[in-house]
Design a binder for this molecule. Structure first.
Ligand SMILES: [Zn+2]
Length: 319
């Protein structure tokens, strides 16, 4: 068992090294501040890239000021901290609950007892429905990390998506929720009124919402034709996400669905020359490798997302 574990770890390390090599990412980064605080038109203060930041670069790794779970109210001893008091509170009256609600980050998986924490620097990044950076709670390092998910050029503002699960809602609904929670009007390319970018985004997201329902309904279809249609829909959905520049976690989730499809369908086939091969194994590995690259870029090479995908790749290789 110990030998097997050692073997698995060596395989995972090798797989991860290949991913870093493919992506052109160094194993470690110089400890430099990659952002600076600036005035951003219409939004007050935001954080802009102090230099060019290539895709996959860790921009921030920050420990929490404090966390709470199972209650919306931070205890008075935490709420009185000057760093907490200095955070913006868009909702009146400026209660500790309102300030916490406008600034907290999830720490781990959803659930009633999920921790939510205050991260003083991370909370200064503004929102976009088409973000160029992604935040992850890293349970191993116990730090909130932020990675560039596309190349960011010097002077560009760095954006996070505050509501990544809302991406299939129309702009008017996203705007309403952001206004209620944070009191701002989103001016991102997917929300800016009377622009081609917004019109294209609205049409694409509406289309994706419909396709997403069809994919959900057809998860357990049985005829070969229906199963193949399900795969085609999943792949098309992934391409639409890429056009919309929604890479994480949305595209990674779709890759996960595609891998599951292949895993259900992997089977031994015999070709004309009497040789056997595993149908769909290579396809599954190809998508799992693409997912690994995306996980490394957006969540960091030491994230639990990367560990899970490395396990999937190992299991697929052993089929
Ligand atoms: Zn927006």
């Amino acid at each position: 068992m110990a030998a097997q574990n050692g073997n698995n770890q060596a395989q995972d390390r090798e797989e991860l090294q290949s991913a870093l090599h493919r992506l052109g990412l160094p194993p470690t980064y110089p400890q430099v501040i990659l952002y600076r605080q600036s005035q951003c038109p219409g939004k007050g203060l935001g954080l802009k890239a102090a230099r060019n930041i290539p895709r996959g670069t860790p921009i921030l790794a920050e420990a929490e000021l404090f966390w709470i779970a199972g209650t919306p109210d931070p205890p008075p001893v935490q709420a009185s901290k000057p760093e907490f008091q200095a955070l913006s509170c868009p909702v009146v009256p400026h209660t500790a609950r309102a300030r916490f609600a406008a600034n907290n980050f999830e720490m781990g998986k959803s659930g009633r007892r999920m921790k939510r924490g205050i991260f003083v620097t991370a909370s200064r990044f503004n929102h976009s429905c088409v973000p160029n950076a992604h935040f992850t709670w890293n349970a191993a390092s116990k730090l909130l990390t932020i990675h560039a998910i596309v190349d960011i050029t010097q002077g560009q503002e760095i954006f996070l998506n505050y509501h990544p699960k809302d991406y299939l809602k129309p702009a008017i609904e996203r705007q309403q929720e952001l206004r209620t929670s944070y009191s701002f009007v989103c001016g991102c390319p997917a929300c800016q009124p009377n622009t081609d970018s917004k019109r294209a985004s609205e049409a694409r997201r509406q289309w994706m919402a419909g396709l997403n329902s069809i994919i959900g309904l057809n998860q357990n279809t049985h005829t070969q034709g229906q199963r193949e249609q399900l795969l085609a829909n999943i792949q098309f959905f992934g391409r639409q996400l890429q056009e919309e520049r929604l890479f994480y976690p949305q595209l990674a989730d779709v890759y996960g669905k595609e891998i599951s499809w292949y895993r259900r369908e992997i089977q031994l086939v015999i070709n004309g020359a009497g040789r056997t091969r595993l149908l769909y194994k290579e396809e599954a590995l190809k998508v799992a490798t693409a997912k690994l690259d995306l996980d490394v870029v957006c969540s960091g090479h030491d994230s639990s997302e990367v560990r899970d995908t490395l396990r999937t790749i190992r299991e697929l290789r052993q089929v």
